[in-house]
Design a binder for this molecule. Sequence first.
Ligand code: ADP
Ligand code: MG
Length: 593
Amino acid sequence: MSASARTALLLLVAFAAALPFIPGVPPYWITVAAYIGMAAIVALGIVVLTGVAAVVSFGQAMFVGFGAYTTAILTTRHGWPPLATLPVAIGIAGLLAWGIGAITLRLKGHYLPVATIAWNISFFYLTGSLDYFRRFDGIAGIPPLSIFGISFAEVTRFYLVTLLVVVALVVVTRNLLDSRVGRSIRSLKGGALAAESFGVDTGRAKILAFVYAGVLAAISGWLYAHFQRAINPSPFNVNVSIDYLLMAVAGGVGQIGGAILGAALVTIVRDKLQDVLPWLIGAQGNYEAIVFGTVLILIFQFAPEGLWPYLRRLFGPPARARPESAGAAGLLRPARERPAPGAEILRVTNLRKAFGGLVAVNDLSFTVQAGEIVGLIGPNGAGKSTSFNLVTGVLAATGGSIAFRGEEICGRPARRVAALGIARTFQHVKLVHGMSTIENVALGHHLRGRAGALQGALRLDRAEEAQIFADARRQLERVGLLDCADTLAGELALGQQRLVEIARALALDPVLLLLDEPAAGLRHAEKTALAGLLRRVRAEGVAILLVEHDMDFVMGLTDRLVVMNFGSELAQGSPADIQRNPAVLEAYLGSAA
Ligand code: ADP
Ligand code: MG
């Protein structure tokens, strides 16, 4: 974060804390500010869930309800003190989010938001019709917040507690997103397939984001119950869920600051409209919904990323503080034991893949040994990329066998294949565009780190992160892109993005490296540099399988070639043999060659 942004943020927090003590500020404002804080906590969860993990939920008010009802029931019926119910509220919401997420998050496209609406409506009618929840009358007589004997019944005190919780959760959320687990959550937006290929369990990352958002909502609900002192199902209905989503989107769903800004904006605009409209229009009615809707449409039209990015621009670009010093060595999983040169690394036998009637890979067999570069060549559509997808577990084979260091791996999912030390790049580059270049490389370290979500959120992962970033810098230097470490990956030229993919693959510390057209889009000098790098990687004992169309590049670099045509093997041999092979010349290079 740049110095001016940090100062602005500290000033904002100081102002928020001083608000109740400024002479002339009506107590009513403090109440509104408390509501803003509670809403911001929910919106903060939506930033992680929707803005970062790209999961849209119309059911967050239900999780607010989980927190509110848990503490309402425990305090009024079982005499629990408020603070003691907080861990229970968090636990229940987290567990239910996990269960609901496990069922619901498998749904693709618009089914998922629809399912969250359904869950929320069910919750509304469940609480509204069961005696246990006192139906639509709700539960009254909830005690005010008191912590270690200090009462927070008074508005100013309650507001200050809420503010403290907001600040703490902002810090925790920022820490989480800036960690090993955070990168896996951030990869969900556009990079899930690539992340799986580096060992990330993206299904789990999604559920984690869902649980996190649910827990934050429950914390907000817990505060709400003790502020209102009485609850009923209405504030936890689906229309309130939509409000929360609107807050995050209007503020800027991609960023933490957006949650706070959106919560403030929506709460204040709603509140003011209720005051001003009847006076303006001269009639009672639900006009505020119409005006409110119009305001939001204007925001979406003119600031589709929300309003926060505009505000942030005033304070200059955010420069992230990276863990610099590498600290004690040896925290990352150690480099894999290198196989002896010449040892067989990959043996593909009669590999087959059919897409309906089209046989994309037809009984392909070949081997790759440690310390050699094997080129897989053939015209477009020959089945090269499909073969890569089969070996790396991205696609399931129709038949055949894939043995990695003697172990059958056919049928294993991509992230288990990655764990064996198989790293790849993609023909169609798959970087997370919204993440910096070095963070994209660090995604390749996923399996070498260990820090979990809690360690990340509490910043107990710094030593490991420092090592990850030190190694990521090393890999970027190897591909000649150290200067671009902090550039957003989406802003790099395509050729550079390919090199970042190679750095990310090297970050896995692979035994087998699969490169799909790595030289496409590179200039001549860059190709020469890349060839040099691949020779050095080969000399370290890594086995490389290379798909490439640039024949000068291929012939000068590879030890052996496998030529494919229409899914089948056309020939195998040394580059010199292949260049003289009449069948290859005919089918691949064209009869003119
Ligand atoms: P190459 O990488 O050698 O250019 P591919 O492996 O990408 O070739 O494609 C081989 C053939 O399989 C092509 O005819 C392509 O259209 C087809 N193909 C590839 N992926 C799919 C898919 N997911 N579904 C259907 N057909 C596919
Ligand atoms: Mg291809």
